[in-house]
Ligand binder design. Structure first.
Ligand code: ATP
Length: 353
């Protein structure tokens, strides 16, 4: 696969700037990658709402085949445009890649860089530093289900919650392996096994089995409702959290607010050792698109995750420190109370590097 062959050639990154502010923040992110890792080859792909409206293309098979054969990572901006209400391009590009590439890890750091950005009283960067492993291919998000007597008073709707031993085991393993590799000593699994007996039971049993292989790590469990409360009350309790697709979706958005807002949240959709996809968490934000005021920091932190995936964790750390420095110096865009443009924040962070 591509990442293996990366050892004998320069890594290659496919860039899909996407829609709205995605294009603005990804342009800055690519600047950053070029400055920090000039050997990395970057190729831009014209995919997104504009392209779809122009010729109906979402993610062509030949492009997807090239990504698989030649590239090590995809760097994706947001997808979403009011002119494409069906969002079909986003479904094909983002969700299609997640499933077709089997990107089973959604890795979302919840890391507070500047205490002033945290809505919790008295909490600082030492209290909010959590890595969430969200299962990314199963659960309630597979689209298995249907409706019966749709649109009538007797309508029935069903959505199937899918958990497989393979799927649950590999995400739990990824969480423990990451914890061990990064000197963490606590992994918390979260489910709703008191109400969801069958899938919850599988998560419980599998978690215990895998945890036994990591005796130096304290394995704990919280129901997801309790986890939500605890994340607000005492985020310092957590180092690594592993959970299912739906619960992870919700918990990580809560986490984005703890770390200072959606403009600072990054994510990786990962299959270790294979082509993986990295995207800032925020959407295309049509309300501010084209104004040059989108915060590029999430895209920078996402670039850091991507570089770490390509075997350069030291660059991720440097990007984190540069973003932290810019935040502390109030070199920020308007949504964080600053006056800088997207490009000026890019300049500020690059200057710190
Ligand atoms: P979608 O996910 O459907 O594309 P969206 O862009 O409307 O949605 P979010 O990403 O959740 O949704 O953003 C909500 C609002 O937060 C945006 O409309 C915008 O005002 C603000 N916002 C999001 N990301 C940023 C950013 N990087 N910089 C500045 N503001 C942002």
């Amino acid at each position: 696969m591509s990442t293996q062959s990366a050892r004998t050639r320069a890594p290659k990154v496919a860039v899909v700037p996407g829609d709205g502010i995605g294009q603005e923040v990804i342009a800055q992110g690519v600047r950053l990658i070029a400055a920090l890792a000039p050997d990395i080859e970057v190729e831009w792909f014209d995919l997104g709402a504009e392209r779809y409206l122009r010729d109906g293309t979402t993610l062509p098979d030949d492009v997807f085949a090239r990504w698989q054969a030649e590239f090590d990572a995809v760097y994706l901006g947001a997808l979403g445009d009011p002119r494409v209400p069906s969002n079909v391009h986003a479904k094909d590009i983002l969700l299609g890649s997640r499933f077709r590439l089997d990107l089973y890890i959604n890795q979302r750091p919840i890391r507070l860089l500047d205490a002033r950005r945290c809505p919790l009283k008295g909490k600082g960067p030492q209290d909010v530093d959590i890595m969430v492993f969200r299962e990314n291919t199963e659960d309630l998000y597979t689209g298995v289900g249907g409706t019966f007597k749709e649109g009538t008073a007797d309508e029935v709707a069903q959505e199937l919650c899918i958990a497989t031993r393979k799927g649950v085991e590999r995400i739990i393993r990824a969480a423990f392996a990451w914890a061990r590799a990064n000197g963490k000593t606590r992994v918390c699994m979260s489910d709703k096994s008191n109400a969801m007996r069958f899938t919850g039971g599988l998560w419980q049993r599998t978690f215990k089995l895998v945890a036994a292989e990591y005796p130096e790590i304290t394995a704990s469990h919280l129901y997801v409702d309790v986890l939500a409360m605890e994340l607000v009350r005492a985020p310092e309790r957590f180092e690594v959290i592993v959970t299912s697709n739906l619960f992870g979706d919700i918990i990580t958005d809560l986490g984005a607010i703890l770390q200072g807002g959606i403009g600072l949240a990054c994510s990786g959709n990962i299959h270790p050792g294979r082509l993986s996809l990295f995207e800032p968490v925020h959407g295309s934000a049509p309300d501010i698109a084209g104004k040059g005021i989108a915060n590029p920091m999430a895209a920078f932190l996402t670039a850091g995750q991507l570089l770490s995936h390509l075997g350069r964790p030291e660059l991720e750390a440097r990007i984190g420190e540069a973003v932290r420095g810019a935040l502390l110096a109030d070199e920020v865009t308007p949504e964080l109370g600053g006056t800088l443009s997207t490009a000026q924040v890019g300049d500020a962070v690059l200057a710190r590097l």
